[in-house]
Design a protein around this ligand. Structure first.
Ligand SMILES: Nc1ncnc2c1ncn2[C@@H]1O[C@H](COP(=O)(O)OP(=O)(O)OP(=O)(O)O)[C@@H](O)[C@H]1O
Length: 361
């Protein structure tokens, strides 16, 4: 089993691209999961490629449905939608679910999870959900009834792993109930207009489905897993998105989080003993779902337009780094051990500094 897979999704041209006379810059190799970009024909291959003619059902049934098996076996599963602003992440994930139109990944997965539970009478399955927004390095609980200012929560790290005290974790018993939480939470997410997308998501949205499966014949036989469905904020260049002021600051934070995520992913790929999860909230939050006992799918979303070719190439390079992780090493994430290593490094540096100071004539 590959623990990391990458799917590429090319969205259709949107009306603004058609109106401004954009030309396609992506060519798909027929019958292959491969594309060529631009006049120089730079080739990229992924586990899956979905072009503009392939809809939500095909994306879900090909790349996502099979991951649910892992979830029910006790693996943490993470799906990350990555791409520049306006490339189709929210559409693909179905994060802004309103019950209308073609369903994205999250609502389809919810439907299937409850179908699996219905067909497993020998198991008692407990499901709960939470919905977080990471905006400007602050975490907001999207399911709380509190005011926006009071809905800020924070991460706590202990030997048991990462926890978020005070986060609403709502037990759910049906598909309808779960979908209503998705709908309720997404209505509170921060959006803002950039030159590239009128309702650009300015935050990372993380919808989490927690599952506990207990064997009715043997209650000691139980497994727990987490399904993180992450709609990342758009990677962007402020010049192109035309952002200034608050929007610019948001952009800086978004890009920093995505850069750290990329670094963590590279370190996992290189088999590094220590991984810098601590550099951003996004990576700390996803720590137990990126390393170790987990399965990850990245859906890299791109626009087909030549106007966006540079951003498309940067998304493809990012996705290519992710693809290189074949099987994640089980990484020592014990915060105490990481802290000791950090302290050891500091002591060594201090000793060196002292040595050089004293050896000066
Ligand atoms: N595969 C697709 N088929 C049809 N329309 C699509 C597809 N993907 C995206 N779109 C449309 O493109 C527009 C931008 O998509 P979306 O808002 O999902 O982008 P995004 O990557 O989430 O942007 P941001 O990062 O700014 O939030 C929307 O109008 C959406 O409906």
């Amino acid at each position: 089993m590959d623990s990391v897979k990458v799917a590429l999704r090319i969205r259709p041209f949107v009306s603004t691209e058609i109106d401004s006379g954009c030309r396609p810059c992506i060519e798909r190799t027929p019958g292959e999961n491969q594309i060529a970009v631009g006049k120089r024909r730079q080739f990229y291959t992924f586990n899956y490629v979905f072009d503009e003619f392939e809809g939500q059902e095909l994306v879900y049934s090909t790349a996502v449905r099979n991951l649910l098996d892992n979830l029910f076996k006790g693996y943490n599963v993470t799906i990350l939608a990555y791409g520049q602003t306006g490339s189709g992440k929210t559409y693909t994930m179905g994060t802004n679910y309103d019950g209308l139109g073609e369903l994205g990944v999250i609502p389809r997965a919810i439907v299937d999870i409850f179908e699996i539970i219905k067909n497993s009478p020998d198991k008692e399955v407990k499901v709960s959900v939470s919905f977080l927004e990471l905006y400007n390095e602050s975490l907001y609980d999207l399911l709380t009834r509190k005011s926006r200012e009071e809905s800020i929560v924070d991460l706590r790290e202990s030997q048991q792993g990462i926890s978020i005290p005070g986060l609403t974790t709502a037990p759910v018993n049906s598909m309808q109930e779960t979908l209503s939480y998705l709908k309720e939470g997404s209505s509170g997410r921060v959006t803002g207009a950039t030159a590239m997308n009128a309702t650009s998501s300015r935050s990372h949205a993380i919808f989490t489905i927690n599952i506990r499966i207990i064997n009715r014949d043997n209650p000691k036989d139980a497994v727990s897993s987490k399904f993180h469905l992450v709609d990342l904020a758009g990677s962007e260049r402020s010049k192109k998105t035309g952002t200034t002021g608050d929007r610019f600051k948001e952009g800086v934070n978004i890009n920093r989080g995505l850069l750290n995520l990329g670094n963590v992913i590279s370190q996992l790929g290189e088999g590094c003993q220590y991984v810098n999860y601590r550099d951003s909230k996004l990576t700390r939050l996803l720590q137990d779902s990126l390393g170790g006992n987990s399965v990850t799918l990245m859906i890299a979303c791109i626009s087909p337009a030549d106007y966006n070719q540079d951003e498309t190439l940067s998304t493809l390079r990012y996705a290519d780094r992710v693809k290189k992780i074949k099987n994640k090493p089980v990484v020592n994430q014990d915060p105490q051990i990481m802290e000791i290593t950090r302290l050891k490094k500091e002591v060594m540096l201090l000793c060196l500094e002292l040595f050089f100071n004293f050896s000066q004539p």
